[in-house]
Design a binder for this molecule. Structure first.
Ligand SMILES: [Cu+2]
Length: 272
């Protein structure tokens, strides 16, 4: 009992900023691991053209930075700030994209990851600045009862609020997509990248001058893009959940198409 009591006392003496840095980094590492592990188990560590490897490097770097920031190593503050910034720069636009659609499968990560990493950057830079004099000297770094604590609380509140609003929005979008699905010609199905028929129906027939309507019912962003070399070129750009694309075919022919981020997703339009 005395041992655990002593441990708690030591934990409580840890400057508050270290909890924020380590907590934010561990949360991100676990999130990335949760995201990447299924793909790694399915396709090996080199799946996705090295994308997974980059993901796991971030996991390792985040965990190292978290552990040594907690021990007040100055280089670890630098590592924490730099690695967080690099992730924000590399995947910021991707994260912002899924943050704009609550029905997107990446919404929770964007909603929580962007604020968490921002907090890590702020607190690791401030901790580095005060490392020489000691974090205990700065109240906003030492104690949760401070502006630093208020900022953290505000960010956590923002994230929880965003996730709750997102869950409601996601349900609404789901209902709207189900209704819209009845009028679409070709549906991008749920879990399309691993589906046998990602574009349903796989082959759609339309008369010359007819318009085809695609609807994305998946929780991931996809595109409807004509295969290279076609005389008739079409490209929907990114379609998030509920996204609709229409194209009018003026020439008879067979038009194969695919999804740009998932090349295994293919379909065909037959005109005439
Ligand atoms: Cu796709």
């Amino acid at each position: 009992m005395a041992g655990t009591g002593g441990m708690w006392a030591r934990m409580r003496q840890k400057p508050f900023s270290l909890w924020v840095i380590a907590g934010g980094l561990v949360y991100m590492a676990l999130s990335l691991l949760y995201l990447g592990l299924p793909f790694a188990i399915m396709g090996g560590i080199l799946a996705g053209g090295g994308f997974l490897l980059i993901l796991f490097v971030f996991v390792a770097v985040f965990l190292i930075a978290a552990a040594f920031s907690f021990r007040q190593k100055r280089w670890a503050y630098v590592l924490a700030a730099v690695s967080s910034l690099v992730l924000l720069v590399l995947f910021g636009s991707f994260l912002l994209g899924s943050a704009s659609n609550p029905a997107d499968s990446g919404f929770w990560l964007s909603m929580s990851g962007l604020p968490a990493l921002t907090l890590v950057v702020i607190f690791s830079i401030l901790s580095l600045r005060s490392a020489k004099t000691g974090l205990a000297q700065k109240r906003y770094l030492a104690s949760p009862h401070s502006t630093g604590g208020l900022l953290t609380l505000a960010v956590i509140g923002f994230v929880i609020g965003g996730l709750v609003a997102g869950a409601i929005g996601s349900a609404v979008i789901g209902r709207l997509v189900a209704t819209a699905g009845e009028s679409a010609d070709v549906k991008i199905v749920k879990d399309a990248p691993s589906a046998a028929v990602p574009f349903n129906p796989a082959t759609f027939h339309v008369a010359v001058g007819g318009t085809v309507t695609w609807l994305n019912t998946d929780s991931t962003t996809h595109t409807v893009t004509s295969d290279i070399g076609d005389s008739v070129a079409f490209d929907s750009g990114s379609l998030t959940t509920g996204g609709v694309f229409q194209f009018t075919f003026m020439q008879a022919g067979t038009y194969p198409y695919h999804c740009t981020p998932h090349l295994q997703m293919t379909g065909t339009i037959v005109v005439g």
